[in-house]
Ligand binder design. Structure first.
Ligand code: UD1
Ligand code: CA
Length: 459
């Protein structure tokens, strides 16, 4: 079945008051991306011809985020049906199928979108296809009232439902596929005589029935997919469900997760094959990991690229711009930001490497710091291939250490070092024979005297 001639209307104008947030609800993130971003990604994958996002005044942040997707303003937001009406002008010349999605439903899959459009275009040409689901706890979701023939009779909102209707387990996911040629005729007949005084999108089902047009449901097997986020608790539940999906996918694609429940992925994390991930590893957005990489316990990685055969952690932090070459070792308490480490370089303990380039096979000793910031400007450090940076070296950028050079432990390197040279800045070592022994004797005598005189005074 063709995917063309489909428009999506994504509703995002609701005030989201239950979030108790100054941020519009749909911009709250799940797996490192605002909820509405997930929907737009799915729509792009699905191949919708056009997308209109409905926002309300004061939500320019949403318009900025979804650009170049078209936005329209619903002012003021008077309900989900009223929200779709706000897209009327944008869809004036459109008579294909309209998918209505809720911006607060970030787990929806392309497969479900396709199933809905297939049914919309299938048998009996129904006007409206509604996505249903049967959650363990139907809570306050709208209920789907089906007729004897299996068709959908109406949708009743929880607040407006009778005791009997509240017993229905089949709920409204909020997602609909509607015949674009009939959509606005249906919406024009929706009123607001209900518990919230809103124009409910859900009422188009009854309107369609009254016109003799068919309405049907498609039920998703996976209630998580249509979880609607209304509160912070709901956001945490969506995060958990999304993480579950990502962990499963990672393992299916050939990664080992020692304790999957403690690994946190981002929506866009990419892993090669035979990646081994220890417990308690967190991936922020923008991470790509090559083949046969080992990421040991307790690492935090974001905006970073890690090439094949590297070993990261335990307890390493890779920040944006970290570019870890093949076979590189990054050990415990090492932080890397905006820095490239070439093949086989090692920084195994307690280091900060920022705004730097480290050549192949270079060894960065424990405690080495690139002093990249002077309070005003950031500067670069370059460390040549095969260089050996002694423990506790401070590299005051801008500075270059040549290939094969050595810096003495504890040195503050503020000037460029030639290749194969030794640079050392610590003071020469002095030795005073017997000094420590004499020192202890002198101090002990002083202490004994002081105690004696204190006793005399007290006695
Ligand atoms: C809605 C459905 C309910 C369904 C549930 C599924 C209606 C009337 N109710 O209830 O049957 O079980 O979703 O999650 O449709 N929005 C606007 N403009 C508005 C109001 C809302 O754009 O004037 C947007 C919101 O930003 C949100 C979406 O529509 O993305 C849903 O609104 P929300 O208030 O969360 O609806 P629910 O009460 O959850
Ligand atoms: Ca909702």
């Amino acid at each position: 079945m063709t995917k063309s001639n489909i428009a999506a209307v994504v509703l995002a104008a609701g005030l989201g008051t239950r979030m108790k947030s100054s941020l519009p609800k749909v911009l709250h993130s799940v797996a490192g991306q605002p909820m509405i971003g997930h929907l737009l990604d799915r729509l792009a994958g699905f191949g919708a011809d056009r997308t209109v996002v409905v926002t309300s005044p004061g939500m320019s942040a949403v318009a900025d985020f979804v650009a170049p997707a078209e936005t329209t303003i619903q002012d003021p937001p008077l309900g989900t049906g009223h929200a779709v009406l706000a897209a009327r002008d944008a869809l004036a010349d459109f008579d294909g199928d309209v998918l209505v999605l809720f911006g607060d439903t970030p787990l929806l899959t392309e497969g479900t979108m396709q199933a809905m459009v297939d049914v919309r275009r299938g048998k009996n040409n129904p006007a409206v296809v509604v996505l249903g689901f049967s959650p363990d706890d139907p809570g306050e979701y709208g209920r789907l009232v089906t007729g004897a023939n299996g068709g959908l009779e109406k949708i009743v909102e929880y607040r407006d439902a009778s005791e009997e209707e509240r017993e229905i387990g089949l709920c409204n996911a909020g997602i609909m596929a509607i015949d674009g040629a009939r959509l606005f005729d249906l919406l024009d007949d929706v009123g607001n005589d209900n518990a919230k005084g809103e124009y409910y999108l859900t009422d188009i089902v009854e309107v369609a029935r009254s016109k003799g047009w068919g309405c049907v449901t498609v039920e998703t097997e996976d209630p998580d997919e249509v979880m609607g986020v209304n509160s912070r608790t709901g956001l945490a539940e969506a995060e958990a469900a999304f993480q579950y999906r990502l962990r499963l996918q990672a393992m299916e694609d050939g990664a080992t997760l020692q304790d999957p429940d403690t690994v946190w992925f981002s929506y866009d994390t990419t892993l090669g094959t035979d990646v081994r991930i220890g417990p308690n590893v967190v991936f922020g957005p923008g991470v790509s990991i090559g083949d046969n990489v080992e990421i040991r316990a307790f690492c935090h990685i974001e905006g970073a690229e890690v090439d094949n055969n590297a070993i990261i952690g335990p307890f390493a932090r890779l920040r944006p711009g970290a570019d870890i070459g093949p076979g590189v070792h990054i050990g415990n308490f090492v932080e890397v930001k905006e820095a490239r480490l070439d093949e086989g370089a090692k920084a195994n303990h307690l280091s900060y490497i920022g705004d730097s380039w480290v050549g192949a096979g270079a060894n960065i000793g424990a405690g080495t710091i690139t002093c990249n910031y002077d309070g005003f400007f950031k500067s670069r450090t370059e460390i040549g291939a095969g260089a050996f940076i002694g423990s506790n070296t401070a590299l005051v950028a801008p500075v270059k250490v040549g290939a094969g050079a050595v810096t003495g432990a504890g040195s503050v390197i503020a000037k460029d070092v030639e290749g194969d040279a030794l640079a050392i800045t610590r003071a020469p070592q002095e030795e005073l024979t017997g000094w420590a022994l004499k020192y202890r004797l002198r101090k002990q005598t002083e202490k004994d005297k002081a105690e004696e005189s204190a006793e005399k005074k007290a006695g």
